[in-house]
Write a new protein. Sequence first.
Length: 375
Amino acid sequence: MRKVAVVKANSYDTQIVEQAMTELLTHLGGMSKYIKPGERVLVKPNMLEGVDKGLSVTTHPEVVRAVIRLVKSAGGIPVVGDSPGLGNTLKVAEKCGILKVCLEENTTVVPFEVPTELSLPNGMILKKISVAKVYMEVDKVISLAKMKTHSFMGVTGAVKNLFGFFVGPDKAQFHLRMKKRSDFAHMLIDLYGAIKPVLSIVDGIVGMEGAGPRNGTPINSGLLLAGSCGFSVDLAMAKCMGFEAEKMPVAQAAIAAKLSQTLAGLEIVGNGKDIVHHFTEPKNFDRLEGRLPSWLVDFSQNQFTAKPWIEKNCIACGRCAQHCPPKVIRIENNRAVIDYRECIRCYCCQELCPVNAVSLKDGTLLKTAKKLRRK
Ligand code: SF4
Ligand code: SF4
């Protein structure tokens, strides 16, 4: 039975987080069970974008600090790194407060800039993969994720956090190649299998609900989660968020492939194990997936998915146009305009918009399907 620890932590006060993190790891046998003296350990927080830590977009710096200290106490040598969705790693780390904590803890921040190729003979959908070369230079990886909703994948936790191992523009290519959520989920499962983090930890002290992972609303959830299996940690996380955890695309695919337990098969321990919040879902069709025949979803993907909609507060910065994988956004009359015929519903535009000017609107068929489901 795979174990997931869930403990309460009601603030980002340094001492409170450190105590809670120690308690969390104690449930799992202590950090020294995973990290041996002298090992170089890559701690991979969620550094999606350089914004204030209060927005809950990135892993909180105090959680990063607590993990750094525990790795050191086990004799490991931590380094912290990511390839943000937007911007330079060091600038992002500076803006979200992670750089300051790393400097205080005498820990290096390593940008993921150079890729290296790994072969994946047993991959479900990928047989080779290009990930940040720093992966080859460390002994262990810890995925240090944030508890957030995700418009495309339902939730983003320990497994999706590894998407940052793809360097820069490679990320957009995966959106183009894996347009269906199930394909994207299989790709993430392959990535997880390649990186094999020794521990997966989730910062859910303040999570994000609604239009995650960038433009949602912070929600006090008071939890830290951890386990040696990222799929299990994400299942427990989605349960704590109040979602149908096994219906999340990655969980669904991992359970089907027998790479993950079901929720009932997990041993969840800790003083936060029974806490369930009611996060607002992202506006997408995840909960319809699995209820509709897959041929119908394939056939009418655009009708059954919410479409991105540019709101009046668009400032025409062009960021969405620059990062839209199929390049179907243009700036016209000081506003972003989307060509829906080629839109693949990846929601990168919503994820990256700096002023939350991209909302998601249900199409007619999706509205009808939701009404039918409510009856
Ligand atoms: S990123 Fe947002 S503000 Fe910038 S052009 Fe796109 S919709 Fe407008
Ligand atoms: S318009 Fe938005 S949702 Fe559509 S393909 Fe571009 S980034 Fe993805």
